[in-house]
Design a binder for this molecule. Structure first.
Ligand code: SF4
Ligand code: SF4
Length: 434
């Protein structure tokens, strides 16, 4: 593969394909000792990363190698669960010098960057910092694939699972609707559905099936509307806060299971729950919530009372961040607590506890050439400033044309046409086709 530059990656609009969509050209414009490919994929029922590794091992290794060269890393590591022996074998035969595989446990949240970096390197990222603080860069599987392809990002891979006829992993034009993706999985098997976007642990409840798939949509989990997960995601903040304040018995199981607490970070969700009782606002006020990664383990697995410490922490964290509050105690070196390894949540236990056991836990990648007649491309599909349209309503575009760019000098990523057609420019999105 010819040498890849950050300028090419920027021109292709590559962003982190599995999380918040951090622009990849910025991430790789740094120096690090180690680059890790995050193939842990620990969200129940999602299969996109391992399916892509099975289908495109050479491209993904090439993308990781390009990233390794750009950051000047001595070593590239593919972090993947030990149980995917066939994928590990497939990759092992192809590894270039300076690249190795780290086998991970089948637990949640093994894909959390902090846990992944600890498992692979033994280093603990300090609270509130990013992997670069310990000389590491972490890259998503699909991001590596997009780097290797070297063309504008116009396609998105995702798993569609849960209450659908044929759980699958598909690659569709960015801007395809959730409803169209669910049809590609054979359609929903129940009439009244709720859809969790991105996963059952860290996803969000879809407001409408007409919402578009973006560069960061990793999966759609379709569930009956009366499923306990949909009910939980539908709870409003006042109910979460009121019930939490009255029913928390301060057992501290949420803290004992919290992966960031177990890494030695100063977060104790039971204290956030306790502070609900004393606040006059119905909100918690506990500075340690700044270090919550929103993994949801405390709520979904730990709490015996079915309370929602995750949302209590998240609500508090968002407010503290909006107020510009910071952790003001002198930083101390984090040390993992002795029970870190014993308190990992096995994925099978998670699937059972979440009421997902009846759904097929698979998502084979199917070859498809789905072409929607119309796509909606949000101007904000990444961290940073929303992209600004560079096309006008009525203009014809073809696949791969730039339709929006970040404002000059601002963090962001370009957006390209994912289908050919006539554009309609709106305030928050560009629509192509009719
Ligand atoms: S969601 Fe809960 S378990 Fe996860 S980091 Fe936050 S407080 Fe800890
Ligand atoms: S696990 Fe539940 S009941 Fe126990 S302290 Fe945490 S929120 Fe309260």
């Amino acid at each position: 593969m010819p040498e890849v530059t950050v300028q090419q990656i920027q021109a292709c609009g590559v962003v982190g394909a599995g999380g918040a969509g951090f622009p990849t050209h910025v991430k790789l414009n740094a120096k690090a000792e180690t680059i890790i490919l995050n193939a842990a994929e620990c969200e129940p029922l999602l299969h996109k990363d391992k399916e892509m590794l099975r289908a495109y091992p050479d491209e993904i290794i090439a993308g990781l190698e390009a990233g390794r060269k750009l950051v000047g890393a001595k070593e590239a590591v593919i972090g993947i669960k030990y149980k995917y022996a066939d994928v590990i074998e497939l990759l092992s035969k192809r590894l270039p010098a300076g690249m190795r595989i780290a086998e991970l446990s089948d637990s949640y949240p093994s894909g959390d960057e902090f846990i992944l970096v600890y498992d692979v390197t033994g280093k603990i990222i300090p609270p509130g910092k990013i992997p670069l603080a310990v000389n590491v860069v972490v890259m998503n599987v699909e991001t590596a694939y997009n780097i290797a392809r070297g063309v504008p990002v116009t396609k998105k891979y995702l798993t569609v699972a849960g209450a659908v006829a044929n759980p699958v992993t598909i690659g569709v034009p960015v801007g395809t609707t959730y409803a169209e993706a669910i049809d590609l999985a054979g359609g929903a098997t129940v009439r009244d559905v709720g859809v969790l976007v991105g996963g059952v642990m860290m996803g969000k409840l879809a407001a409408s099936l007409d919402e578009p798939i973006t560069k960061t949509t990793g999966g759609l989990i379709v569930l009956p509307r009366d499923h306990k997960l949909i009910q939980r995601y539908s709870l409003d903040w006042s109910a979460i806060s009121r019930i939490g304040a009255s029913a928390c018995d301060q057992c501290s199981f949420c803290t004992e299971m919290c992966p960031r607490y177990l890494l030695g970070h100063p977060i104790e969700p039971h204290k956030a729950m306790r502070s609900l009782v004393f606040s006059h606002t119905g909100e918690s006020s506990t500075i340690g919530t700044l270090f919550c990664c929103e993994c949801n383990l405390c709520t979904m697995i730990a709490c015996p009372e079915d309370l929602d410490p995750k949302n209590v922490c998240t609500q508090n964290k968002r407010r503290l961040m909006a107020e510009g509050r910071k952790w003001e105690v002198a930083p101390v070196e984090s040390r993992p607590r002795t029970l870190l390894n014993n308190r990992r949540a096995p994925l099978q236990r998670l699937i059972r506890k979440l009421g997902l056991f009846d759904f097929e836990n698979k998502g084979p990648l199917i070859a498809d050439s789905f072409q929607p007649k119309r796509v909606t491309l949000p101007l904000r599909q990444h961290i940073g400033a929303p992209a600004e349209p560079v096309v006008r309503t009525g203009q014809e575009v073809k696949v791969g044309d730039v339709i929006a760019r970040p404002p000059e000098g601002k963090l962001g990523a370009a957006i390209h046409a994912s289908i050919a057609g006539k554009v309609s420019v709106g305030k928050d999105a560009i629509v192509i086709g009719g």
